[in-house]
Design a binder for this molecule. Structure first.
Ligand code: PDD
Length: 280
């Protein structure tokens, strides 16, 4: 198994020692991406790299490689690990700066550290046919959720709480407004209209979300980007969440309340199919 370290592929076993003062460890000072690989090919890699560079710019982190260099490294990694179905994880931190200090201006002279790995986990398409449970959780994150930052503690706590309650995903809400999932974007369907939170600083503008927006526009499915409330969520005809890891997953129960008729709805299925077509 190979991993990416800076701009080289090295053996997984060699990549045990990362500087203990790497700012990724000390502060979560970095950004990341998760990219899908289907049939040995990356899906929407360009969009993921665009977002990686945007996230880096928003935290004033310089990525010392060009997009096409990272693209080549990702392809090499996929090939070296013979990955056909799974994901690539890319992370870039502001590097090490000893001794630990908050001001990152000094560390800007130090090198940002790019790392990457693969995970041969295919999408569980059988599960997509069945609905899952979700639970509502107050969104106590910061106000820069558009940045795909390594700081994921609130997301991790929300996801853990969801699992402790027998649910698959935690759905964040700020007061009455539903924002997104702990690691996904959330959509509702009401009277054949699909609704999702606008792409602003309160959510991550998911690449899967963007694919769905484009597909809905192309096929005439009505979709509105607007805020919706917890009440609208619970009274929706259908609810689903989307991410690189899961594509589109129907939610049929939230906090014990059955959504719609308790089955994965027709528009959710249609959108799952549209994503599937886009991949193939
Ligand atoms: N999570 N919102 C949040 C908070 C996320 O963490 C993710 C993805 C998404 C969906 O984004 P995309 O469609 O680009 O995957 C939305 C990734 C998969 C993760 O952290 O593992």
């Amino acid at each position: 198994m190979k991993v990416l370290y800076k701009n080289q592929l090295i053996d997984r076993e060699q990549a045990q020692v990362i500087d203990i003062e790497d700012r990724g460890y000390q502060f979560g000072d970095g950004v990341y991406e998760v990219i899908r690989v289907y049939n040995g090919h990356t899906f929407t890699l360009k969009e993921h790299l665009t977002r990686l560079f945007e996230s880096a710019k928003k935290i004033k982190l310089t990525i010392p490689y060009k997009k096409k260099e990272i693209t080549a490294l990702v392809f090499q990694l996929i090939q070296a690990n013979q990955l056909t179905e799974g994901t690539v994880y890319l992370q870039i931190t502001r590097g090490n700066q000893s001794p630990r200090q908050h001001d990152f201006h000094l560390s800007q002279q130090s090198e940002s550290i790019l790392t990457g790995s693969t995970n041969p986990k295919a999408v569980n398409r059988a599960q997509l046919q069945q609905g899952v449970k979700a639970t509502l959780i107050p969104d106590t994150r910061w106000l820069h959720c558009d940045i795909k930052s390594l700081n994921l503690l609130v997301n991790l706590l929300a996801n853990a709480q969801a699992h402790e309650q027998g649910a698959t995903e935690g759905i964040f809400h700020r007061d009455e407004i539903v924002t997104e999932g702990s690691h996904s974007n959330v959509f509702i369907v009401k009277n054949k209209q699909v609704i999702t939170h606008p792409a602003n600083h309160l959510i991550l503008n998911g690449i899967t979300r963007q694919v769905i927006l484009a597909q809905c526009a192309a096929t005439g499915i009505q979709l509105e980007e607007r805020e919706f409330t917890r009440k609208e969520l619970l009274e929706a005809d259908e609810v689903f969440f989307t991410s690189t890891s899961t594509e589109g997953q129907g939610i049929t129960e939230i906090d014990g309340q059955i959504i719609g008729d308790g089955q994965v709805g027709p528009l959710t299925k249609q959108i799952q199919q549209l994503v599937f077509q886009e991949i193939n």
